[in-house]
Design a protein around this ligand. Sequence first.
Ligand code: NAD
Ligand code: TYD
Length: 349
Amino acid sequence: MTTLLITGGAGFIGSHVVRKMVMDHPDYRVLNLDQLTYAGNLENLKDIEDRPNYQFIRGDIVNEPFLEELFGRHQIDSVIHLAAESHVDRSIANPTAFINTNIVGTVNLLNACRQSWDGKKGKLFHHISTDEVYGSLGSEGLFREETPYDPRSPYSASKASSDHLVRAYHHTYGLPIVISNCSNNYGPNQFPEKLIPLAINNILHMKPIPIYGKGENVRDWLYVKDHATAIDLIFHQGTQGRTYNIGGLNEWKNIDLIRLLCRIMDQKLNREPGISEGLITFVKDRAGHDLRYAIDSTRIQNELGWKPLLTFEQGLTRTVDWYLENEEWMRRITSGAYQSYYDQQYGNR
Ligand code: NAD
Ligand code: TYD
């Protein structure tokens, strides 16, 4: 049986990747390694936790002796690495946590793989990264795989650094790797600090929707399950050493996106049209706020036949439905209610 280690599997994107791998590949034994920070939540995986090919392990990728012990205990064949500190605003407030997890944690994992694989065949380290490593675009152009790196926030600088290290381990030590850089994801299980779930939560409770600056910044949005499908394809069919950009070809100015979301929410909540839009509040801009991200995903489309399946309206409507059906999830995750429970249940390593 192939043993696949997925890091960060209790988080937003990771939970969708874990579910896909467990369900679509019953011949894999999937180990989900997650520290269960504020962003990690095992409720995201309740429906698959009893599957015989799934196992959860609590642990910190910054903890080297723990990783050594883990790789000694399990014969790990492949890694899909998603564990990270992932929110730009938090990286502005506290960069050090991003350096530790995103850079040091990634190097620790690379070292563990290098040591345990030692030139053996059939291994792969798939590093999950972001389009933010490429910097910021003006009103024209798209990020391509060859676009020079120009990260501008502590978050994107830490991810850029980890991408460089993953590539360096490939070139220097021959470690089998593949990297994917994706645009902004949205969908079920996203922690409500990111724009879309934060706005849904605030609209639901008739609280102000904070829009940074004038709301002119542009992001390219991709439904999280389309990202999970792309990861599955790259993991199985991607060329080693190669990078793949993944994007939704779906650019929205923040203000236009929020207006669309307000219209959908008014309908779902049977509110008078325009009620939710009245909650929009322009606030102080984010420091160093990148203007525009947009991805050219020709490579993954042509080489691996991937394309996003959902339109933005479909994806956004599904997302709103999910959050409205899971208000309790939202309440518990924002109150930090899980943390002490997990500490009791699994210990804190
Ligand atoms: P997330 O914040 O929802 O989840 C991160 C997970 O990693 C959590 O479960 C957390 O508990 C775990 N984790 C954090 N530090 C850890 C540590 N030291 N040891 C072990 N586990 C730890 O993040 P996400 O939005 O799901 O992003 C997942 C990955 O995808 C990240 O690497 C991110 O950079 C990348 N990415 C995210 C987006 C996006 O739009 N969210 C887009 C492109 C790429
Ligand atoms: P975010 O979801 O934090 O993702 P990222 O910064 O990684 O792109 O933010 C998406 C966009 O929305 C970004 O331009 C910042 C903006 N934004 C707001 O205007 N208000 C908010 O409260 C948040 C969290 C983000």
